[in-house]
Design a protein around this ligand. Sequence first.
Ligand SMILES: [Zn+2]
Length: 465
Amino acid sequence: MPDDPRPTTTTRPPTKTPTTTTTQPPTQPPTQPPTLFTGARVLIGDASDPIDNAALLVRNGLITAIGPADSVTAPSDAHCVDLRGKTVMPTIVNPHGHIGYLRGADTSSAHYSRENVLDHLRRLAYYGVSVFQSLGTDRDDIEITLRDEQRAGLLQEPGLPLLLTAGNGLIAPTPGSPNGGPYFATDVIREVTTPEEARATVRELAAKKPDAIKFWVDDRWSTKAKFGPDVYTAIIDEAHRLGHTVIAHIFDLEDAKGVVRAGVDGIAHMVREPGPDAELLKLLKDNDVFAFTSMSIQKAVPEGTAWLDDPDVSETVPADALAAIRAQIESIPADKLAEMKESYAVLEAGLRAYVDGGVRIVLSADSGLFVQFFGIAEHRELQAMVQAGMPAQQAIQAATQTPARILGLPDRGTLEPGKRADLLVLDADPLDDIANTRKISAVYLAGKPVDRAALRAAWTADTPA
Ligand SMILES: [Zn+2]
């Protein structure tokens, strides 16, 4: 990058102040003394070179200046935070998961509640995930309602990640059997059969202003019905007409091509065997379609169980849940395991093809089912991406700047003047080893530290022995 437009030092642009007003407008938070974070290596989130011995000035939750320490001037009342030896990156933005269903090692509609959704949001904050989008499995409008309350400033609990939701997704019905959606949510996914029904349902869903429209095209190894192009074209067209982003769950190469040709904005999974071909790569690139990674969920079994012993996992996941997962993974027969390893290698090769083909790659942790523990899954996804061969800087960008962009969040995703001070402070540099994103020293959301010790204490106390 020969010409980096990023300013090394910037002060906040002067705000327009009405001449006769003496008090702040009621919508403005009271002015707090600024905070100056100094001494860390900072990764901006845009894949540019890190800034060593950086200074980062934060006021009222926003970054007002960032650059090498000697280039940032702080006011005398600034509160200083010494981050020498640490690495700071933007918090993670995960645009794909299913909130509210996981409890311990069990994913079930029985666990779904507003309180469980809030618990998952707290877990995400604990691990430095600041934005989370739930894709199509809302129940009783709990996600939509929480999201609306959060956006209106009515949610009493501060320090939670921003929740986005697709509300309820769309799928083809399978006569005589539940549809091919996630097993814990088949009853809340909207079944449609004809293009007319699809359009009517999209209009109905759109009335709740979801953050995306989600649909599934997956026959689950030839056991379920899936949409043909006429129906998914109608969904995409109607959603676009109403101004919504459309994301498709796909599995097969030909379905991926079909939804891209029909104008989808993003695909929620990588294609499985045989993986992407040149035509799909060109379609994704030419149409600027974003591609979610969703790899770590396929990696959990082939990878083995060692990661369950990691202290950053066991500090929030109860021991009985970890034991249940371990037993499940260990029960997989050897031939099945070999098959899963081969399938996973296809995904890794697919990711490398995306990198080489210039496809817009976005981290997607598919958090909230099986082993995809909230917050942990996001870090495991980053690790999976780098292990597959994606350069660490690009993987971090795919976990921060790119998802913030596709979600339309201009104040998030990178550490730059004017953006929110959502900081993931690490004890070691993820450019040396991507697993270092899990060595979390602190998390700041809008400049305020997340009380990780208190969260951890509550979870530990909560857990029956
Ligand atoms: Zn999913």
